[in-house]
Design a protein around this ligand. Structure first.
Ligand SMILES: Cc1cc2nc3c(=O)[nH]c(=O)nc-3n(C[C@H](O)[C@H](O)[C@H](O)COP(=O)(O)OP(=O)(O)OC[C@H]3O[C@@H](n4cnc5c(N)ncnc54)[C@H](O)[C@@H]3O)c2cc1C
Length: 394
């Protein structure tokens, strides 16, 4: 059986960033990248619709932590002229990731891992094609757990020439975050002219980006330090609101992003639980913002409705409520790792806890309960580089 020094499981951006990190830092031996069953980089970057743009400016989407503008420079090399702060079609980001993936010069496998277990001093990785391999260290970059009725599966499986419902019909979107926005835009691009009705607890779309002056780092640290001593969810909210009296709200939210993992780790578990129940949706609405040009498209569409209540009737409903973090422990190969005690469910019930072993790392959405901000490219590339450095220095 083939024995590797490092096996990276996951063919999305996080898996690729781990592969790039292993290649540039050196993994101390032979590595394998197990990419799963998808040939592309997942629905976020496989969407064919130009109107599906990044929600992070091009200059911050680079794959390398020390070169955040690497993607923007790649665009220029391709003679694709965009401003550094442009919100670029995500399909171009998919092409960027594909071009980087060709740099991987070690082994690559396109199968799904169904189980991972310890065998002597290595991990035995069992694949769905019946084969297995051994690896001294393992990185799981499996992505955030997806819901069973994911709207992306529906959208990307539509046959060519799909006829949308007639104009007299309504299509309902459960949720009003960025996934709902993407679905509304795709439905319009596919020719649906009827009413699109999004509904959610907030009854409002995600906020949009706008130019804002960043807080200076000292003020950002002061605000984060102040928040560490918050005693309740409403105390957290009122301290953030107080800060927005002194600086634009976008600057305040952005300033907290680099501190979010630290804050999350120092707050008591009961407070974190209450914030997840009551604060997550407003946080997401302000933190995960859409490009200004997308906000303009929404506000110019008179047949687009967002409210707290669902429509009375609809041709069909798309569930746009996001990732299923509660189901993290069911995703392959988590059950075998949990049963053997190598990985624990996170105490907040959302995702898993970071493993304490020095031969296993988890990167990305599976760590939601532990880190809260763990799905966007800036977080993924930093985690990927850290994981490879940690495992390969042992
Ligand atoms: C619609 C959308 C838009 C987004 N836009 C942005 C944006 O503009 N900017 C930004 O920074 N972030 C954005 N994100 C967030 C983030 O960049 C994406 O979610 C990204 O795809 C996450 O990468 P990942 O590798 O962690 O997970 P995924 O892309 O989900 O990849 C996981 C990979 O693991 C594989 N896998 C899973 N289980 C197994 C297994 N058992 N065996 C083998 N392989 C397995 C899967 O097949 C897949 O290839 C967006 C997310 C979405 C959903």
């Amino acid at each position: 059986m083939q024995i590797y020094d490092l096996a990276i499981i996951g063919g999305g951006p996080a898996g690729l960033f781990c592969a790039l990190a292993a290649q540039s830092q050196g993994s101390g031996g032979k590595s394998v990248w197990i990419r799963g069953g998808r040939p592309d980089f997942g629905p976020a970057y496989a969407t064919p619709f130009d109107v599906h743009v990044l929600n992070v400016p091009a200059e911050r989407m680079g794959a390398y932590p020390d070169q955040p503008n690497h993607f923007w420079r790649w665009l220029q090399e391709q003679e694709l002229t965009f401003a550094a702060d442009a919100y670029v079609p995500r399909l171009l980001y998919g092409r960027y990731l594909s071009s980087l993936s060709t740099q991987w010069d070690s082994d690559q496998i396109t199968s799904v891992v169904i189980a991972a277990s310890r065998e002597a001093d290595a991990w035995r990785v069992q694949l769905d094609d019946g084969s297995a391999l051994l690896a001294r260290t393992l990185i799981l970059a499996l992505g955030p757990p997806r819901q069973s009725a994911d709207p992306w599966d529906w959208l990307l499986a539509l046959p060519p020439g799909w006829a949308p419902p007639p104009e007299s019909e309504t299509i309902a979107l459960r949720g009003s975050g960025l996934t709902a926005v993407d679905m509304a835009l795709a439905l319009r691009a596919l020719g649906f002219r009827g009413r699109i009705h999004a509904y959610s607890r907030s009854g409002a779309w995600s906020q949009s980006h706008a130019p804002t002056k960043p807080l200076n780092p000292a003020d950002a640290s002061k605000l984060a330090d102040d928040l560490t001593s918050a005693t309740s969810a409403s105390d957290v909210v009122s301290r953030i609101k107080r800060a927005t009296g002194r600086a634009p709200w976008r600057s305040v939210i952005d300033a907290l992003r680099p501190h979010s993992a630290r804050l999350w780790s120092v707050w008591p578990i009961a407070l974190r639980g209450r914030l997840l129940r009551h604060g997550l949706s407003p946080w997401n609405r302000h933190r995960h913002r859409m490009a200004p040009e997308i906000a303009a498209l929404l506000s110019g569409d008179d047949n687009l409705v967002v409210s707290q209540a669902p429509p009375t009737s609809a041709a069909f409903t798309l569930d746009c409520t996001g990732f299923a973090y509660r189901n993290a422990t069911e995703a392959l190969p988590m059950p075998s790792l949990i049963a053997d005690g190598h990985v624990q469910r996170h105490s907040l019930g959302r995702g898993v806890a970071p493993p304490e072993r020095d031969d296993l790392a988890i990167v990305g959405g599976m760590l939601f309960g532990a880190l809260i901000e763990t799905t966007a490219v800036p977080e993924l590339r930093a985690q990927a580089w850290d994981a490879v450095r940690r495992l390969c220095s042992t």
